[in-house]
Ligand binder design. Structure first.
Ligand SMILES: [Zn+2]
Length: 163
């Protein structure tokens, strides 16, 4: 039984017109809990309607996940993670592939800017193809992080229901 998590909150709130501060300088989507809690509820409901059965904060403590990185990085990390635990593993990635730079180890590079430049967006189908690789690697928990939307989670639900 694969656990399907929800997807990104801040990005989805922003697309819905909710005030979301700059995540590098402030509290990102947490402000909406104070200023627009109904919108937060609506996004959670959208993910449930899309097929998510759990949010990250409802997992058992022994679960080990890789998150908030390029989906291809989760694919690379899961076999490594498996070496360290026999418990549940999985991931929830950003809706992107990130092409690692070739040995650029300058310390003055803004990692966030650098990653944005190296990222290409994954639509729900492409995200689903990457998550299928996680499932093939033994992931028992999957979901989405930054840039994922209910449509990404809906695609994962389709994949899980078909498999
Ligand atoms: Zn993220």
């Amino acid at each position: 039984m694969i656990t399907l998590l929800d997807g990104g909150m801040g990005y989805e709130l922003k697309l819905r017109g909710v005030k979301v501060p700059d995540y590098t300088k402030s509290i990102w989507s947490a402000l909406a809990l104070l200023e627009d809690p109904e919108a937060v509820v609506d996004v959670h409901l959208a993910y449930i309607e899309a097929g998510a059965v759990a949010a990250v904060d409802h997992l058992e403590p022994a679960t080990h996940l890789v998150n908030c990185c390029g989906a291809n990085f989760v694919t690379a990390a899961l076999p490594e993670l498996r070496k360290f635990t026999t418990g549940p593993i999985g991931g929830y990635a950003n809706a992107e592939h990130v092409t690692p730079d070739d040995g650029d180890d300058r310390v003055d590079v803004d990692a966030d800017v650098s990653q944005r430049k190296a990222a290409t967006y994954l639509n729900p189908d492409a995200y689903g193809e990457e998550v299928q690789r996680w499932l093939d690697a033994g992931a028992g928990v999957v979901g989405g992080c930054c840039g994922t939307r209910p449509k990404h989670i809906r695609r994962l639900r389709e994949i899980l229901s078909a498999g």
